[in-house]
Design a protein around this ligand. Structure first.
Ligand code: PLP
Ligand code: SF4
Length: 371
């Protein structure tokens, strides 16, 4: 396909972004209670009141599929989707510590050659630990056609941008036609080499990965090439359905990565995190990033010590299992400094150029001098 810089007049305009995919979700206390009752789980009056209080401030949305993964109260799936009173009683943190707010709405251009384009403000499920908690779920804040076009104009003018990351909300919560329009518009920009889609859909709404969506993505997965970064947090989230969704994407020629957040009480135990990453690799998903949670207000109960992340990488992953199963552990620096890797202390370079090192078993080794 020939790529030109001009919008083709014959192509229909971008659809209005109210064109979101429509699917049943659990959003209010009554439907939550009804669904829990089917699992023989009941909420006390206090628990009910607490949830009601939280969702006044931070909305609840749970896809029926993700809800089906709950086995019992407070299990790792529950913690990610059911509101916790600590979201409003723990007042530590800021609303936007990463300072993502930008001059161009829905676009964050922080690094020299790549940018983040938010194309939806809705998710299949509102993760309780979400960094964009303050924004996600406000339907009226979904980007309009005009706003996305404006952001794409910015990308057109900035020839240094070669990598566009579609994010949100969840970029797969817009309809196929809408997404296709965005992809078509981006493909017309000659300096774009790759497009990444960051989505939790394969994990929380695997049925959204339809043959039709895959056919569309396959059409557009070269020049620029498409990558999809999924978002799995716990081994219980890897099921027959998610495996099928990932296989369908892989069969469309798309490489899959994964970004996890280190969440207290969810995946911060070495065995759990190792199992998650091994399982991901076994379904064709390459672990990419592990984030220390951002210090966002309403999510502090998910934050554990940074040393724990480094320890998990050093004592349980690197060297102990396939190197491909080891993500980069990073902190997205508050204040907008970008992602900074936290690496266990393995090596000391000496003045003569030799290197004193310790391997994964803490045995000492030496690389000879080279100066
Ligand atoms: C994470 C992020 C990117 C992409 O970073 P990579 O390290 O290339 O994956 C780009 N822009 C913003 C604002 C980000 O937060
Ligand atoms: S899917 Fe992503 S953007 Fe949406 S609530 Fe979860 S973490 Fe936040």
């Amino acid at each position: 396909m020939k790529r030109s810089n001009k919008l083709n007049e014959e192509e229909p305009p971008l659809l209005d972004s109210s064109h979101l995919i429509d699917s049943p979700t659990i959003t209010d206390i009554n439907s939550l209670k009804k669904s829990l009752a089917k699992k023989h789980i009941t909420l006390s009056d206090k628990e009910t009141k607490n949830i009601e209080e939280v969702i006044k401030k931070y909305p609840m949305r749970i896809s029926p599929y993700y809800f089906s993964l709950i086995k019992e109260k407070n299990d790792p799936v529950w913690k990610q989707c059911i509101p916790d009173i600590k979201e409003i009683t723990d007042t530590r943190g800021e609303e936007d510590p990463l300072m993502e707010e930008n001059k161009i709405p829905f676009l964050t251009h922080r690094y020299p050659d790549r940018c983040l384009l938010l194309i939806s403000n809705t998710c299949a499920m509102y993760c309780r630990f979400c960094t964009r908690k303050r924004k996600v779920g406000e339907l009226r804040k979904n980007p309009s056609m005009k706003e996305i076009e404006k952001a794409i104009d910015y990308i057109k003018e900035h020839k240094e941008i070669r990598d566009v990351i579609l994010s949100g909300g969840d970029p797969l919560l817009v309809g196929d036609a809408f997404l296709e329009k965005v992809l078509i518009a981006l493909r017309k920009i000659p300096h774009i080499e790759m497009i990444r889609i960051g989505t939790r859909v394969p994990c929380v709404m695997p049925e959204r990965i339809t043959p039709k969506l895959c056919r569309m993505l396959k059409k557009y997965n070269r020049k620029p090439i498409l990558y999809i970064n999924t978002h799995f947090e716990h081994p219980d989230e890897i099921t027959e359905q998610t495996e099928k969704a990932c296989s369908m994407l892989i069969d469309s020629g798309i490489q899959l990565g994964n970004q996890s957040v280190l969440l207290k009480g969810v995946n911060d135990k070495p065995e759990v995190f190792k199992t998650l990453n091994r399982k991901l690799l076994s379904i064709g998903v390459k672990p990419y990033y592990l984030y220390q949670p951002d210090p966002v207000k309403g999510t502090f109960h998910f934050i554990g010590p940074v040393e724990n992340g480094i320890r998990i990488i050093k004592e349980d992953l690197r060297g102990h299992t396939s190197g491909m199963a080891v993500p980069h552990f990073v902190i997205d620096a508050p204040g907008g400094g970008g992602k900074i890797p936290l690496i266990p202390d393995y090596a000391r370079i000496q003045k003569d150029g030799s290197v004193k090192m310790k391997n994964y078993q803490d045995k000492e080794f030496k690389y000879p001098k080279t100066r």
